[in-house]
Design a protein around this ligand. Structure first.
Ligand SMILES: Cc1ncc(COP(=O)(O)O)c(C=O)c1O
Length: 454
């Protein structure tokens, strides 16, 4: 029988993260101060992040050492398995060879702890007592709650209202790990109160929850802010995924033709694909296709503008150049809460702009159809976010059936959907809506962006 799982030993947990900034053909555009509209320096970020994280954010070193206490927590679930999806291949009757890197085995159920653990560690090392964050789907909040528990820090999470209502068990999971969880927009912050005054029924958004978390973190000496995606250091921490996957594909004797991942802020996609990119950036693997999958309801890469925008709704964060739908855009309440973000990681945007990576947008009904096909064949129940990647993997595998090509398709299976069963229920009872791309609302949101000339 052909092998199904490719498993590494604990000693194979990477000792260094890969920082793609070292291999970019051009440096990233500068990050801009929202007040002065000039490039920011490390001191501007110091109220929010510990110095080691600020250093990593701008580091041009190719490799960053993973501290031993971080690797020690990683040992609870890393290395994660790489699976060959034989059963899915048979179900699709495709000649393609499909692999998935299974990140849902972490305590929180997704890739998010890979950076949460590192961030909690650096904060603890620099004497921080409390971390504040936001969460969309609840996966990031759970990951940070777990990581704070591991290093003895307090944790407070602003959870986007629509997820707070859809996923009470995610909230309870965070509370088990000792975190305090609030629905966002909340009456606790100025940003939240202003949003509630405009719309008391606001479903919230990641951009709004970020404003609340940043506002509170900036006001307290003992507290810092922690972000689960978008920023360079977060993407770098996630590269443990791709570094392991490279070794595992070697064990399997295969070389990928197509890499796929879903994108909300870009971290799991980056973590999985970036370690494969130096060859492509150097011109040695022009044939390697790297596909980012986003929701049609929030299509930052495929429909956004590549301009400077705020990371949050309340205009408190620095301005970064990214593909954005506008910071005031509130995406429709799709069930892939982790993909409801108006912007995208600047590193992903630069690679998309340079045509190193591709992007595809999909609707949630075909996404859930793919999730069910996958769950029936492989057993595991995908998170709605992960199912976006699976939709495109299935489409590519079906194309191979038509063309007869035996392509190797590998994707990041970034999380399980055990807390998303109400979304599965809605899909199975035919009640799930597809939301068209809201062109008018995006146009309005983009019209209000500041003009940055650097
Ligand atoms: C399971 C899962 N996948 C993907 C995402 C999207 O984030 P990112 O693009 O940073 O991986 C999230 C975010 O919450 C998530 O929970």
């Amino acid at each position: 029988m052909p092998q199904t799982k490719f498993i590494l030993d604990e000693k194979d947990i990477p000792t260094r993260w890969y920082n793609i900034q070292a291999d970019l053909h051009e440096p990233l555009p500068p990050v801009i101060h929202p007040g002065t509209l000039q490039p920011i320096g490390p001191q501007d970020l110091a109220p929010l992040f510990p110095m080691e994280i600020i250093k990593q954010e701008v580091s041009q070193e190719r490799w960053i050492e993973i501290p031993e206490p971080v690797r020690d927590v990683y040992r609870l679930w890393r290395p994660t398995p790489l699976h060959r999806a034989h059963r899915l291949e048979r179900e699709l009757d495709t000649p393609a060879r499909i692999y998935y890197k299974w990140e849902g085995v972490s305590p929180a159920g997704s890739h998010k702890p890979n950076t949460a653990v590192a961030q909690a560690y650096y904060n603890k090392e620099e004497g921080v007592r409390r971390l504040i964050t936001e969460t969309g789907a609840g996966q990031w909040g759970s990951a940070l709650a777990f990581a704070c528990q591991a290093f003895g820090l307090e944790c407070k999470v602003y959870m986007v209202r629509v997820s707070y209502d859809q996923k009470p068990y995610r909230r309870l999971m965070m509370e088990v790990w000792g975190a305090t969880v609030l629905a966002s927009p909340s009456p606790e912050t100025q940003a939240g109160r202003a949003a509630l005054a405009k719309d008391p029924q606001s479903p919230g958004s990641l951009g709004m929850a970020i404003s609340e978390a940043v506002e509170e973190a900036a006001q307290r000496e003992d507290t810092k802010y922690s972000l689960g995606s978008v920023l360079n250091h977060v993407l770098t921490h996630q590269t443990v995924i791709g570094l392991e996957a490279q070794k595992q594909l070697e064990l399997a004797g295969d070389r990928p033709d197509i890499l796929v991942g879903c994108i909300g802020g870009g971290s799991n996609f980056a973590g999985f694909t970036f370690p494969f990119l130096p060859d492509k950036l150097a011109g040695n693997r022009k044939d390697l296709r790297v596909i980012a999958v986003e929701p049609q309801a929030c299509p930052s890469l495929t429909k956004g503008a590549y301009v400077y925008d705020f990371g949050d709704t309340g205009q408190m964060t620095p301005l970064v150049k990214m593909y954005t739908l506008g910071h005031s855009f509130i995406p429709a309440p799709i069930h892939a809460g982790g993909l409801r973000y108006h912007g995208m990681a600047p590193l992903i945007c630069a690679l998309y702009d340079a045509k190193v990576i591709e992007a595809v947008a999909v609707h949630q009904n075909p996404t859930f159809e793919a999730a069910l096909t996958f769950a029936k064949a492989e057993g595991f129940l995908p998170a709605p976010e992960a199912a976006h990647a699976i939709r495109v993997v299935i489409d590519e595998a079906l194309q191979c059936k038509v063309s007869g090509q035996r392509k190797v398709i590998a994707f990041n299976f970034c999380g399980h959907g055990h807390f998303d069963l109400s979304a599965y229920e809605r899909y199975m009872s035919g009640k799930l809506e597809d939301f068209e791309y809201p062109a008018e609302k995006v146009k309005e949101a983009l019209a209000g962006l500041p003009k940055v000339t650097v």
